[in-house]
Ligand binder design. Structure first.
Ligand SMILES: C[S@@+](CC[C@H](N)C(=O)[O-])C[C@H]1O[C@@H](n2cnc3c(N)ncnc32)[C@H](O)[C@@H]1O
Ligand code: SF4
Ligand code: SF4
Length: 377
């Protein structure tokens, strides 16, 4: 039988977790300026000139603008310290168009988060992990709920390169698997959730790949594997099959259901998540009014504070909260007048609508839940 913890983990990866448990309390705290965001996403800047180490053809963030500005190490650490000292107890290291493990000071950010007893989460391709990062995970007390989610999308080197648009024959899948195995070994002694994600599209939809991935990453120590489907990214044309149609998705899901029956066990859940169909958000750009800035504001790689993970690049500065290289986190977070809150909301949502942003699944679901509560009417 699956444990309660395993069930909770499954809910988290199916976008069922409640980010806002008491909506009335949420509103009161916004107005009193005592709200602490549920989590802050920290999109650590890339080490090189290029914004990301891959250019995945399905990536949400491919149209992100890069004006060359980066959040520098000292200021980055200072901002994270402000966030943690102000009471935020969950920091997500992910990206819109970047990868957290491609940042030169990611180990310092991780260490600070752990030392302050906050939960950490990573969404990463994990192409490279420095020894310092492994050591920090191994030698510190980790707060329960911390996780690393590896975005893999393949079960072989060939498919890995195909789905991620890599033109060389480099054996990246093998490298990622070795990193997963190292993480799995640490997790045996110092627990955190280790999961692996697989985006299914025309390039990654062979049964052999699905099964290799399941066997390899289960053996590496993952306690959850999640299959899902790419959503239409903002502002780019994708080739046919990169974003699967409903018919394609149904075909993929059939094969996956059989493999789930064959391989799922009490130590490792296998999820097949089709949130677009479940929540009727296929191709819907955004759900507004938007409450993201109060729930999971996001530090962009350029040092600005944005509403959410999907609107966090210089092309979204018009709807951003402000510039963290000049102002502190909490000043920007509480920069509104409570007695003119409705007016403020209206202006924010106008800017958001004209920014062209596209919600990811959790953002659609959370905004919709708050709208349905009518608490801000
Ligand atoms: C934008 S990436 C940033 C973090 C890191 N670079 C990575 O790839 O894991 C975060 C997650 O979004 C997923 N993703 C990217 N584009 C997507 C899309 N169009 N639809 C659904 N998921 C997408 C990635 O596979 C990854 O799991
Ligand atoms: S999916 Fe991740 S690794 Fe791929 S281009 Fe986007 S941000 Fe970079
Ligand atoms: S992408 Fe969605 S959550 Fe983010 S700012 Fe736009 S409407 Fe809000």
């Amino acid at each position: 039988m699956k444990t309660i913890k395993q069930k909770e983990l499954e809910n988290k990866y199916q976008f069922k977790t409640d980010y806002v448990k008491d909506i009335k309390n949420f509103k009161d705290k916004i107005l009193k300026k005592t709200l602490i965001p549920h989590q802050v996403e920290f999109q650590a800047p890339p080490r090189g000139k290029k914004i990301c180490w891959l250019e995945c053809p399905y990536c949400y963030g491919l149209s992100a603008e890069d004006n060359g500005e980066r959040l520098e190490k000292d200021r980055g650490i200072e901002i994270l310290r402000q966030i943690l000292d102000g009471g935020v107890n969950k920091i997500i290291f992910a990206g819109y168009a970047t990868d957290p493990l491609n940042c030169s000071y990611i180990s310092d950010l991780l260490e600070l988060t752990i030392k302050k007893k906050a939960i950490f989460g990573f969404n990463t391709k994990a192409l490279r992990i420095e020894d310092k990062f492994f050591n920090i995970l191994e030698t510190n007390n980790l707060t329960e709920g911390s996780y690393i989610s590896l975005s893999v999308d393949a079960g072989s080197n060939e498919t890995y390169n195909k789905i991620h648009g890599v033109k060389t024959n480099t054996k990246i899948y093998d490298k990622v698997l070795i990193n997963a195995q190292r993480l799995g070994k640490i997790k045996e002694k110092n627990f955190f959730d280790l999961s692996a994600a697989y985006l299914v599209n025309i390039h990654s939809s062979s049964e052999q790949d699905y099964e290799n991935f399941i066997l390899n990453f289960m053996e590496a120590g993952c306690n959850l594997l999640r299959f899902t489907f790419p959503q239409q990214p903002k502002g780019i044309e994708t080739e046919k099959g990169v974003i699967p149609s409903e018919i394609e998705k149904d075909k993929y899901k059939n094969t996956l259901e059989n493999l789930k029956k064959k391989h799922e066990n009490d130590n490792c859940s296998i999820l097949i998540v089709d949130a677009d169909t479940d929540h009727d958000i296929y191709n819907k750009p955004r759900t507004v009014p938007c409450y993201a800035r109060y729930i999971f504001p996001t530090v962009g790689f350029d040092g600005w504070l944005y509403n959410c993970s999907q609107s966090s690049a210089p092309n979204f500065r018009n709807s951003a909260l402000g510039d963290l290289t000049k102002e502190n986190f909490w000043e920007l977070f509480y920069q509104y007048e409570s007695n003119k809150f409705q007016e403020f909301e209206k202006i924010c949502n106008k800017k958001i609508n004209s920014s062209g942003c596209r919600c990811d699944r959790k953002e659609h679901v959370i905004n919709q839940n708050i709208i349905d509560s009518k608490i801000f009417k």
